[in-house]
Design a binder for this molecule. Structure first.
Ligand SMILES: Cc1ncc(COP(=O)(O)O)c(C=O)c1O
Length: 413
């Protein structure tokens, strides 16, 4: 998979030109156009292969081209692709039943993305406040949080760069330091209705909340009669070595937002509400596409495959190996200050701002990784990653660090 060849082929430059002409430049693309994928490997338009440690940002939990996903898409598409929530459909029930079985006693609302799942959770909180807390509406969120790009989820997100161009945002969100129970306690008052947080902050560089804080938040919400809403959009579906990250702490939230890996690559979101928070009624909320038979059939198949292939345990086991290997890379001289996260959701904090250079060098070597900032890398590979693939990733990463280090030394000479 090693090809330090010229990156920009004529095929790629033609694609870059087309993209600049017709696509809004909301994303900075890596210089690669991917045409196909199989397992943990993807192939670009020039036929080069890459080991995919990004997995569509924690989406392709079964890798690419998994037979359960392909077979279910073909079978369900031949039956019916779209109906409407005006009608019952069995795949939706299959997906909901399996989802609840992995989580906590609850009922499900299906939507199409993570940000929509968060919007739904916010609406539940606001209505719940009217019913149970005298109209209280303020939601306590964390600094560093990322909950999505629609206006409510954006109001819960803390990064100013994402927020400021679109202000004014909906009111009623406060942000406190992450993983800081006392800070939450300090802002809770009669206007507070819920706490909304990620068990591990993904977008800000894979920053875990301690299990103690997760349990503390549960206790605080019980004590003050608040809803505990967990955004498990990135941490869920087995990625951290448990079905849901909050299960490491042995607690249960009132509301949980799910998306990313649930559809095995198809767009889907879901919200689970426990009995205390299960208050949406007919007409309160809706979506044309949400919970359609095609995506929910695939979601049910993905949940089955994760279970039958033991992928939650695999995420724990291979994640541990990857974690150890990254720490060893640092000990051998790579500019690694800290490795954090759980299972196959790992963040690598660098001692130097070389993350973009490492991502570029890794790409040349045949490895897809992601930088969340100039000094942090994120690894969120498919849960089907094998130990051998984790070792191969570590080898390429070691080489990428060397290339980036050399470039930095040459640049500073
Ligand atoms: C924790 C978390 N919440 C919400 C979202 C938004 O999900 P989507 O991009 O599907 O709207 C993301 C996406 O990265 C996320 O990581």
């Amino acid at each position: 998979m090693s090809h330090p060849a010229l990156r920009i082929s004529s095929a790629l430059s033609a694609i870059e030109e087309r993209a600049a002409t017709v696509l809004m430049p909301t994303y900075t693309h890596q210089p690669v156009a991917i045409r196909a994928g199989s397992g943990c490997t993807v192939t670009d338009v020039d036929g080069r292969e890459y080991l995919d440690m990004v997995a569509g940002i924690a989406v392709n939990v079964l890798g690419h081209g998994h037979p359960a996903v392909l077979g279910t898409i073909a079978g369900q598409a031949a039956r019916v692709v779209h109906l409407s929530n005006l009608y019952f459909s069995e795949p939706q029930l299959d997906a909901a039943e399996r989802l609840v079985a992995t989580a906590f006693p609850s009922r499900v609302f299906f939507c199409n993305s993570g940000t929509e799942a968060v919007e739904t959770a916010i609406k539940i909180a606001r209505k719940w406040g009217k019913l149970n807390r005298d109209g209280a509406s303020t939601i306590v969120c964390a600094r560093g949080a990322f909950h999505g790009r629609t206006m409510g989820a954006l109001a819960a997100t803390s990064n100013r760069h994402y927020r400021e161009p679109f202000e004014p945002l909906p009111r009623g969100f406060v942000h406190v330091p992450y993983d800081d129970l006392a800070a939450v306690e300090e802002v809770v008052d009669g206007r507070t209705v819920a706490v909304l947080m990620e068990p591990i902050e993904g977008q800000s560089g894979v920053v875990p909340m301690s299990d103690e804080t997760v349990r503390g938040l549960r206790g605080l919400c019980d004590q003050h009669n608040l809803l505990l809403i967990l955004d498990e959009i990135q941490t869920g579906m087995g990625r951290t070595g448990r079905w849901w990250a909050h299960q490491h702490a042995g607690i249960v939230p009132d509301v949980m937002a799910v998306a990313k890996g649930l559809g095995g690559g198809l767009p889907i979101g879901a919200v689970l509400a426990g009995p205390r928070a299960d208050i949406l009624e007919s007409g309160d909320h809706g979506t044309t596409f949400g919970g359609g038979p095609l995506v929910t059939a695939v979601a049910a198949a993905v949940l089955d495959a994760i279970e039958s292939e033991g992928l939650v345990a695999n995420a724990a086991r291979v994640g541990e190996r990857l974690h150890r290997g990254l720490v060893e890379l640092g000990q051998r001289g790579a500019p690694i200050a800290q490795v954090r996260g759980r299972g196959l959701m790992l963040g690598v904090v660098l001692t130097e701002p070389v993350a973009p250079a490492v991502v570029a060098a890794a790409l040349d070597l045949g490895l897809l990784i992601n930088a969340t900032s100039r000094s942090a890398l994120r690894l969120v590979p498919p849960l089907v990653l094998t130990a051998a693939q984790a070792d191969a990733a570590l080898e390429m990463l070691a080489a990428a660090f060397e290339v980036a280090g050399r470039q930095r030394a040459e640049g500073s000479e």
